[in-house]
Design a protein around this ligand. Structure first.
Ligand code: BTN
Length: 242
């Protein structure tokens, strides 16, 4: 990871830039596309990702995992677990993965992940793994956001943090390539925010009270209620009490 680096001082979105590079030429696996100032960062559900210039990590990695489409959720598992590994190692308290891949500490979001796959037939051609990790930003417009610096009461060298994260991603990614899917899934479920707890959810059919019990192989959230177990895609469910 990161042996091949494309650095630009400013860009719209490192995911978009990485995707353009992949369309133009052959890009080596593990290529890192990184910027100091991402001006139109893209988030999940069409949201924007806003990051103060020069203070955080905003980058994308190009992966070529030779995975079938059915296994694409394992890239989400690999990436979110690597972030979980890194932040727990930095002694940040209560690090959890909020399904599918928001990284929380003390219930606040410290990192967002946007994975975009290029698919041919039922195979993933390449995957662009975009990561926005709030490292040194001291204040946020959103009360639900936080950073490593806020949580640890000190600033952190961005380059060092990046290298440590790339190492963690590589370890989890190699586990996937070695076929250790069960182990990855087990660790992911273990780190899942509010798993096993009774909560209220907002769904298309209205309020639902139930317990997040599992995640299906394709990444759907499994919620068990008094009426049985239901599966949900990303846009179909959210917590009623955030
Ligand atoms: C989210 O939580 O909504 C996902 C945010 C992902 C942000 C990162 S920053 C680097 C990469 N480039 C983008 O445009 N988005 C991702």
């Amino acid at each position: 990871m990161g042996k091949n680096i494309v650095f630009v001082p400013e860009c719209h979105s490192t995911n978009t830039l990485a995707s353009e590079l992949c369309q133009k030429s052959s890009v080596a696996e593990g290529t890192l596309v990184i910027t100091d100032n991402q001006v139109s960062g893209r988030g999940q559900r069409g949201n924007l990702w806003v990051s103060a210039p020069g203070t955080n990590l905003t980058f994308s990695l190009v992966l070529k995992p030779s995975l079938s489409l059915a296994d694409q959720f394992y890239l989400t598992i690999v990436t979110s677990l690597a972030l979980h590994d890194l932040l727990s190692h930095m002694e940040i308290a209560e690090v959890k993965i909020k399904w599918p891949n928001d990284i929380l500490t003390n219930e606040k979001k410290i990192c967002g992940i946007l994975i975009e796959n290029s698919v041919s037939g039922n195979k993933i051609q390449h995957s662009i793994v975009g990561i926005g990790l709030n490292v040194n930003q001291q204040s946020f417009e959103l009360a639900t956001a936080t950073s490593v610096a806020i949580q640890t009461n000190k600033t952190h060298a961005l380059e060092e943090t990046l290298h440590a994260l790339l190492e963690k991603i590589e370890v989890r990614y190699l586990a996937l390539r070695a076929g250790k899917k069960e182990e990855l899934k087990r660790d992911y479920l273990h780190a899942l925010y509010r798993r096993g707890e009774q909560h209220r959810f907002i769904t298309a059919e209205g309020l639902l009270e139930g317990t997040m019990t599992d995640v299906s192989e394709s990444g759907q959230l499994m919620v068990t209620t008094s009426r049985g177990t239901q599966l949900f895609n990303l846009k179909e469910i959210s917590f009623a009490d955030k």
